[in-house]
Design a protein around this ligand. Sequence first.
Ligand code: ARG
Length: 413
Amino acid sequence: MSSDRVVLAYSGGLDTSVAIGWIEQATGMEVIAVAVDLGQGGEDLDVIRQRALDCGAVEAYVADAREEFATEYCMPALKANALYMDAYPLVSALSRPVIVKHLVRAARRFGASTVAHGSTGKGNDQVRFEVGITSLAPDLKCIAPVRDLALTRDRAIEYAEAHHLPIETTKHNPFSIDQNVWGRAVETGFLEDIWNAPTKDVYNYTDDPAYPPVPDEVLVTFERGIPVAIDGAGATPLQAVMELNRRAGAQGVGRIDIVEDRLVGIKSREVYEAPGAMALIAAHRELENVTLEREQARFKKGMEDRWTTLVYDGQWYSPLKRSLDAFIEDTQRYVSGDIRMVLHGGRATVTGRRSDASLYDFSLATYDAGDAYDQSQARGFIEIFGMTSKLSARRDSAFGAGVDLESEHLKLR
Ligand code: ARG
C-alpha cells in the first residue's frame, strides 16, 4: 500500500462509513475521516469519530465549527438577506465552504493529496465541494465515491454487512436530509411527486403552525447587521440563531416548500425549515428599511441576489463574492438598533423598530402637528421629475401615437 492519503468528509452515516474501506480498496490510499460539527445535532461526535476508526480510517478528526459557521458563514448570509429564489436561506450551500476549509486544513496537516466527499453526481453539493477545494488548494484532487467509484446504496449495505461494520443498515430514512444550525433540507422519497404535500414526519425543527402556542414577542438587537442580543441578553451569533430556532420553531416559523433550480440544470422539490434564519432575515430587512439610504437599499437588492446565486452555485471563495462582501459590509455601517417581533402561527411579524442611526424622521413623515415638510416644494419637484414624460407625450400626440383614450382597454394608437 502506498502512503498516499485521502481526507474524507465524514458524516457517520452508511454511505461515508462504507466509503472508508471502499476508497482504500479502489485507490490503495489511507483514509482520514473528518467530521465537522455545524450544529446539526444528532449523534455524539465522539461516537462518530470512533465509528470512522472502526470502519478502517487511519485517523479520525472532529472539528467543532459551530461558532465559526454561525459567525463567518451565516452572518454574511443574513447581511445579504440571502434567499435563493426568494425562498431558500442557503442552508446547505453555506455549510459546504466551511466543511471544505476544514477538509483542506486536514489534508495539509496529514499530508493528503486527495479529498473525498459523499455527494452524488446530481446535486449542487458536489460542485460546492470541488469548486471550494480547488479555490483553496488547486493542487488537491477530488473524488466522490458515490459518483466516481459506483458506491450505490445496495452495495453499501452489502459491504457493511460483509465487513461487519458498526453501522445500521436496516433502518432506511425515506428522505435525504442535510441539517445544521441555519436550517434543515429534506428531499427525495414521496416528496419527488411535487403534488404530494409534506407529511408531519418531514419536519423536525418546527412545530405545526396550525396549532401554535400563545404569541411570543421577541426583541432582537443588531449591531452593524448582526444580532448581538435577544430580549436584552447578550448573545453570540450562534446563540442568537439557536434561541430563535427554538422560539420561532415552536411557532412553526420558517417552513418552506419549493421547486428549485439546481446548478446542474435539474428542477427539484425541496422542503426546508429554518425558523431562526427566517425570523432573523425578517428582522434584519426591516432594520435596513429604517437605516439604509434609499438608493443604497435599491442597489443592494440586486447585489443580494447576485451574492445569493453565487453562493448557491458554489462560488463562496470566488473573487466576485469577495468584492460583493465588501460592498455589503459597507452597507451595514448603520444597521444597528432594535427590532420587536411577534412570533405566532408560522409568522414572524415585525411590530416595532428603533435605532440611533434611523433615517426615519417623524417631523417629515407626520400628517399631524409638527410637520416640518414644506408641501409647496413638491409641485416644482414633480414638474421637473415629470419633464421627460411630458416631452415624450407631446411627441406621441404630434405623431398620432400614445394611449387610445376611447378604447375600453389599455391600447396604444
Ligand atoms: N437543494 C439544496 C441545496 O442545493 C439542499 C441540498 C441538501 N442536500 C441533501 N442531501 N438533502 O442547497
